[in-house]
Ligand binder design. Structure first.
Ligand SMILES: Nc1ncnc2c1ncn2[C@@H]1O[C@H](COP(=O)(O)OP(=O)(O)O)[C@@H](O)[C@H]1O
Ligand SMILES: [Mg+2]
Length: 268
């Protein structure tokens, strides 16, 4: 069971200065067990800030975060990290580029088990090999390769494995395919879907592509000015086309998206 309840989250950066920026504005969201939610929103809408709030990267100005009935609002980020996996646009964030694929996986795997990490034992090594071969990228034969030597797509695939190997309650993906070429991005998205289904993960995925936002997962939210302005599920979402979603965005956000990145991406 993994349920995440966000209540009235508030965060203003550089409060009390001329640069004050409200990044989360009384945001409410309930993520149900097994939900795979795609998150859309223009640049600066507060999407990454929402993830950082869930991860405990800063102190909130107000609100509560409840994960599986436990109030984690005040919990330290390193403790939350045991239950929350995350992946960013930059494939090197969260991995050790000078360590091998196998060592990186072992680090991610043993962190949760609270075992100290000395060397990779044979049983773990076989387990990693099996997981890697499921990715169909040939990485199982390159377990001794340093992470930093992999291509962007291979690194994101291996990072995805690292983020999920300790079976987190929640997986947060922040534009994890945005830096990849379209074909590789498609592969990593496919892999994302497979891993999430296989491990029955609860997931939030930020994307700026409306098409994959509608195709992946079971629910789509749109953020604007630090709030969730639209929450789509069920039949309404199943029947939604990209142009309809654009129209809905315009209606709910109340401004033209012509200058927004989401629209630009749509045209490419
Ligand atoms: N550490 C920070 N310090 C100051 N302002 C920040 C910081 N992080 C985010 N912001 C501001 O908060 C707003 C939301 O940013 P962000 O969550 O990164 O948006 P998104 O991920 O949706 O593009 C933006 O105006 C951004 O400039
Ligand atoms: Mg962001």
């Amino acid at each position: 069971m993994s349920q995440l309840v966000l209540k009235n989250l508030r965060k203003t950066f550089e409060k009390g200065t001329p640069n004050a920026k409200v990044a989360l504005d009384r945001l409410n969201l309930t993520v149900n067990d097994g939900d795979f939610i795609t998150v859309l929103g223009s640049n600066g809408a507060g999407k990454s800030t929402l993830f950082n709030a869930i991860l405990g990267k800063f102190r909130l100005d107000g609100g509560k975060i409840i994960l599986d009935d436990e109030d984690i609002t005040q919990m330290k980020d390193y403790r939350r990290a045991l239950n929350i996996g995350c992946l960013y646009q930059n494939p090197l964030l969260g991995t050790a580029p000078n360590m091998t694929i196998e060592e990186n996986l072992a680090l991610a795997y043993t962190r949760k088990a609270r075992r100290s990490f000395f060397a990779v034992n044979r049983r773990d090594s076989e387990y990693f090999r099996a997981l890697l071969s499921e990715l169909n990228l040939g990485l199982e034969d390159r377990m001794k390769t340093r992470m930093g030597l992999l291509s962007g797509g291979q690194r994101q695939a291996a990072s995805l494995l690292m983020a999920t190997i300790a079976e987190p309650k929640l997986l947060l993906l922040d534009e994890h395919t945005a830096a990849l070429d379209p074909a590789t991005a498609e592969n990593v998205l496919h892999l994302t879907r497979t891993i999430i289904e296989k491990r029955h993960l609860t997931c939030l995925m930020i994307t700026h592509q409306m098409q994959s936002a509608l195709q992946m997962g079971n629910r789509t939210i749109i953020m604007d000015s630090g709030r969730v302005v639209l929450d789509l599920t069920g039949e309404e979402r199943d029947n939604m086309t990209v142009p309809e979603l654009l129209q809905l965005f315009q209606k709910n956000v109340g401004r033209d998206m012509a200058s927004d990145r989401m629209l630009l991406d749509l045209q490419t």
